[in-house]
Design a protein around this ligand. Structure first.
Ligand SMILES: Nc1ncnc2c1ncn2[C@@H]1O[C@H](COP(=O)(O)OP(=O)(O)OP(=O)(O)O)[C@@H](O)[C@H]1O
Ligand SMILES: [Mg+2]
Length: 319
């Protein structure tokens, strides 16, 4: 099932209310120029000189392994926290069915950019985003887009596994339930089982689905959170240092899982581990001081970077 990220035409929300969604002041919803805009889906004109998101398959890696069409296209994305600029004019095409790694020293803006893709920066009151993020050609920053539906379509996994204080079953059933994907008990059971299987966790938890998710090991919790994200059939999965709190064995399991999920999803992973970026990603983007320095096939970035700063970073000279 695909999610429509747009509010329904009669102005009602397509999904549950998100308190962060509407600009407010003192409890009053602020008038907004775009609020009256008709909500029907509009094809976004892409006036970019780079290829439009429909760009067909082209080589992803230096040895010509194909990648999917462009799923996420960022154009001139800048982010400010108050009056401090954290991200400068980032333009990047992120292909489907590919793992793209974001690397760069601490504070260079990797998480900030990642959060632009599913509008998580909306939840930070002082954050202001400019530029465009297009998913399948749709601008995610218009008023017509419901951020709650967007975040189901663009799932996110964080550094620290964050299962809800609910049972394993309920953690996975949560998304499908709030998005009204099914009301049937047996269908929900199927979704939970399928998601846990895809996340490589089913065999370890099948006999204790009704025990708390927080009782699992860190690596299991991270797979549970991935199962929760994929239960709503997202199209893009954003992972912000998903293994940095895990031991090498749990890390290997997550990496294996990422490699399997790549067949179906557009995956972006932020990592501080060069080895991990080299193992799991087909494309790599290197950020430094709020700027995207270079990006390309992972192998090229690691063996033959164009920029001195990239070389210095990957060889451990800074960061
Ligand atoms: N909520 C926030 N409020 C104010 N400034 C922020 C906020 N989040 C990030 N920043 C600033 O924006 C810049 C980029 O931060 P960001 O967290 O995106 O970096 P990062 O590359 O993900 O770093 P790390 O590798 O340490 O996670 C930093 O200067 C950081 O201090
Ligand atoms: Mg970060």
């Amino acid at each position: 099932m695909k999610f429509n990220i747009f509010r329904s035409a009669n102005g009602s929300e397509g999904g549950p209310k998100d308190p962060t969604d509407v600009p407010r002041m003192g409890g009053q919803v602020l008038p907004h120029a775009e609020a009256e805009r008709p909500a029907e889906r509009q094809d976004v004109e892409i006036g970019f000189d780079q290829p439009a998101p429909e760009t067909p398959v082209r080589p992803a890696t230096s040895d010509g392994e194909p990648m999917g069409p462009i799923k996420v296209a960022a154009r001139d994305v800048s982010v400010f926290y108050g009056d401090k600029q954290a991200l400068y004019d980032v333009s990047l095409d992120i292909p489907d069915k590919t793992v793209t790694a974001f690397i760069g020293p601490s504070g260079c803006g990797k998480s900030t950019f990642l959060r632009c893709i599913n509008r998580m920066n909306d939840t930070i009151p002082i954050a202001r985003v400019s530029g465009k993020i297009l998913i399948d050609g749709d601008d995610v920053n218009t008023r017509a887009v419901d951020p709650v539906l967007l975040r189901a379509r663009v799932g996110m996994v964080f550094q620290k596994p964050n299962p809800f204080p609910k049972s394993i079953f309920e953690n996975v059933a949560y998304g499908p339930r709030i998005h009204g994907i099914t009301e049937s008990k047996s269908e929900m059971e199927e979704i939970v089982e399928r998601s846990l299987k895809r996340a490589g966790l089913w065999e370890e938890v099948a006999d204790r689905l009704h025990q708390p998710g927080t009782g699992l090991s860190g690596g299991q919790q991270q797979r549970l959170v991935i199962a929760r994200a994929i239960a709503v059939e997202p199209e893009v999965i954003l992972m912000d240092e998903p293994c940095s709190a895990l031991d090498p064995i749990a890390t290997a399991k997550i990496e294996e899982l990422i490699d399997e999920l790549r067949e179906q999803y557009c995956i972006v992973i932020v990592t501080h581990s060069m080895a991990q970026a080299a193992r799991v990603s087909q494309r790599t983007a290197f950020f430094h001081m709020g700027r995207l320095v270079e990006h390309g096939p992972t192998e090229e970035i690691f063996t033959n970077p164009r920029e001195r700063r990239t070389l210095d970073y990957i060889t451990g000279r800074f960061g």
